[in-house]
Design a protein. Sequence first.
Lengths: 123, 424
Amino acid sequence: MKNEVRKISCIVCPMGCVGTVEVRGGIAVRAAGFTCKRGEAYAVDEVTAPRRVLTSTVRVVGGVLPLAPVVSSRPLPKEQLLPAARCLATMQVAAPVQEGQVVVANLLGLGVDMVATRAIAVA
Amino acid sequence: MRRQNCDVAVIGGGPAGLAAAVSARRHGAQKVLLLERDRELGGILQQCIHNGFGLQRYDEELTGPGYASRAARALEAAGGVEVQLDTMVVGLTPDKVLRTVSPAAGLQEVQAKAVVLAMGCRERTRGAIRIPGERPAGIYTAGAAQRMVNMEGYLPGKEIVIVGSGDIGLIMARRMTLEGAQVKAVLEIMPYSNGLTRNLVQCLDDFNVPLYLSHTITRIEGKSRVTSVTCMAVDENRCPIPGTEKTFACDCVLLSVGLIPENELSEATGIALDPLTGGPVVDQHRETSVPGFFAAGNVLQVHDLVDWVSAESDIAGRSAALFARQLRPAPEKTLLLQAGSGVRNVVPQRLVCQPGQAEAVRLFIRVAQPARNVRLRCLCQGETCYERRLPIVKPSEMVVVELPSAAYQPASGLLTIAVEEAAP
């Protein structure tokens, strides 16, 4: 079986390294051109199982602001980003909201929580 | 009218003002006053709900609100900073008298010993790029739309065309997509994007949003609401090429066409501005042309990373505290820094030094165009006094270098920063 070479623009930091990953049968066998270990790990994940941190908002009832910003506790599979965001659009939480509060637990059964990134006081 | 005195007055409670106030306290300013016109601290970070902030400063990937919260906690821990919210500074004099208004306190006059300018920047609007066509509803700057979507709960449109590929435009392309809108196109007049690579990958590629490089918007249609926009390809002089018209049906246009440091107060105070950065001319301590006035963050130069805003504001806050305590020695020598070939601007624009006391200085450099394998040089009277190779430079990503103390002499003169293609 021949190795497939995929070009990956690293997004871990603003350096924006462009490197390559050799893939054989869905498994990364070699990464080159990245200047740090984190970049290499990202590139390998990117060709095998790409994941993204999701940030969005959840409606707040009775707060000083109508929305609370949220972030996923861990990266989720890239193809789940849109379904996850659509699901969040149907959710709501009551004020007060604390920074770090789990607003939605185990989103779509993905094993990922959505956590508030700021406090929203009661109006 | 309420009157009060303070050692250091900080104008603006975004990341720059927060870091400057903390730093001023750490360096011995007794009374620090932080003035913020919004109802809360954090500035623009509060609407930047995406992550990617803080990798340099906190060694952690934070969201905008998360970064703001860290900075605000540092302010609380420092103590001794009086924060006034809902407070607008409407006047500033060279002898450091600030005039403010707020619903709670009315008119107030503050006599400061030193002032830190941390007012941030504003977005360029449709008028700044002169888009022909109708004037319907549905045209917003990307940052205004970001506030609507992320903080106020409104979706400004369902079919979107984004003009400009700066970071805010890219971030909004993803945000609008996640909220159920369709982003038809991102138009960029330059042959390259002005956004960070990570945003090109994560905001456009991930959602198959098309980016049209070397394209500009030439017409907006719609009587009461936007119905379509027309774009055209441009030639190397950025002039539209006839016959390349493309029309996108849409109900919303978002503009991400640049940021302008907000310096009305600085100008009214007689502070010299650099036409290239749009911010004050400063030395390495972030002191402006008027003694006792310091500037940091986006009011000084539009940064790409908030981490650098905070780092720069640490310097400005420290300098302001030392000035207020009358511990800042008068500079004896001044070196002027100028942008040479391949460089758009350099901050600081001046280096001040005492005889025999050269110090390492961090330079922020904006290059003129993207290039690979370049040689960055610092020239003094035609001689190279510092040199560094860089694998890649882009106008959208500020180059940050530490100029070692050995690279320059504490003598008056001129230093030129140049970025040229390296010999193979």
